[in-house]
Design a protein around this ligand. Structure first.
Ligand SMILES: NC(=O)c1ccc[n+]([C@@H]2O[C@H](COP(=O)([O-])OP(=O)(O)OC[C@H]3O[C@@H](n4cnc5c(N)ncnc54)[C@H](OP(=O)(O)O)[C@@H]3O)[C@@H](O)[C@H]2O)c1
Length: 269
């Protein structure tokens, strides 16, 4: 049985993707910061006859990312699919390590998790990163702001930067590790818990979480995608991301800084 680790499996798009991956005969590792919330989806999967387990992971803590990956690696299994889905939006604060909360959780935590899981990957392992069309609102990355050096915050702008970082990460990962397959996905505007209730009327015609999970699961499983890596997808087809998302120098800079900030040994490429 193939093994798929999904972050943010307790809610919204991640929960729907976890259920669908289990139906497609994957053993699901539901990674989350709350055992109660993530175990609910584990129980749902098992009740449907599928196979799943909980893994403790707080993406806002680099040590938690290291421990979660270490725990999985110690089990001696290899990972076929990693879905970096969890995310926060419209929040204020900093991570345990002092990074702006959107950037630290949505990008840096997933960067660290992916790095620490690398020994469990094999040729053809798929890494699906859930980004957003919101990335188009980010003209670039202000390195001072992501290190929380300013008190003046625009929460939607900070979210957009983290979603830009998701795409830059996928593009650089594809360049550094051509044996793996990396995909960035916009799930579509979806009815979930990510934004506060007050912001919900701004988004009409929102998709269901099952619809939101569709392209995520497609990137994780579609056989015809095995020759593709480093692209951005929406509605089951690839599309061009913004100009900053295609900036190779920015992707490299982000990668090098992320390695330094996560305290991991540089990989060359
Ligand atoms: N909804 C949309 O319209 C939309 C559009 C474009 C992109 N996206 C992207 O879709 C992804 C999933 O979001 P969603 O809309 O499904 O939102 P959601 O219902 O709020 O789910 C977010 C998930 O992330 C988890 N999470 C948050 N902080 C975490 C942390 N520090 N460590 C571990 N897990 C954490 C949450 O776990 P808890 O249960 O512990 O809170 C939850 O499972 C995000 O990356 C988001 O940016 C969403």
């Amino acid at each position: 049985m193939k093994v798929a680790l999904i972050t943010g499996a307790s809610s919204g798009i991640g929960r729907a993707a976890a259920l669908e991956m289990a139906r497609r005969k994957h053993h699901v590792i539901a990674a989350g910061r709350s055992e109660t919330r993530a175990s609910a989806v584990v129980n749902e999967i098992q009740a449907e006859g599928g196979s799943a387990e909980f893994l403790r992971l707080d993406l806002a803590s680099l040590s938690s990312c290291r421990e979660a990956a270490g725990g999985f690696e110690a089990s001696g299994r290899t990972l076929d699919v990693l879905i970096n889905n969890a995310g926060v939006g419209g929040v204020r604060g900093v991570t345990e390590d002092g990074f702006e909360l959107h950037f630290g959780t949505n990008h840096l935590g997933h960067f660290a998790l992916t790095h620490h899981l690398r020994r469990t990957f094999q040729a053809g392992t798929r890494i699906v990163v859930v980004s957003s069309e919101a990335h188009r609102r980010a003209p670039g990355i202000d390195w001072g702001r992501v290190q929380a050096k300013t008190r003046l915050r625009n929460l939607f702008a900070d979210y957009a930067v983290s979603k830009l970082a998701n795409i830059l990460f996928v593009r650089r990962l594809a360049e550094m590790q051509p044996d793996w397959n990396a995909y960035a996905v916009h799930p579509g505007v979806t009815n979930t818990n990510i934004f506060p209730a007050i912001a919900k009327p701004l988004f009409r015609n929102r998709a269901t979480p099952e619809e939101g999970a569709q392209t995520v699961v497609w990137c994780a499983t579609e056989p015809t995608l095995s020759g593709e890596t480093g692209l951005y997808y929406s509605r089951e087809s690839s599309r061009d991301p913004s100009e900053p998302a295609l900036d190779d120098a920015l992707a490299k800079d982000l990668w090098n800084r992320s390695e330094r900030w996560c305290g991991v040994a540089p990989q060359h490429g």
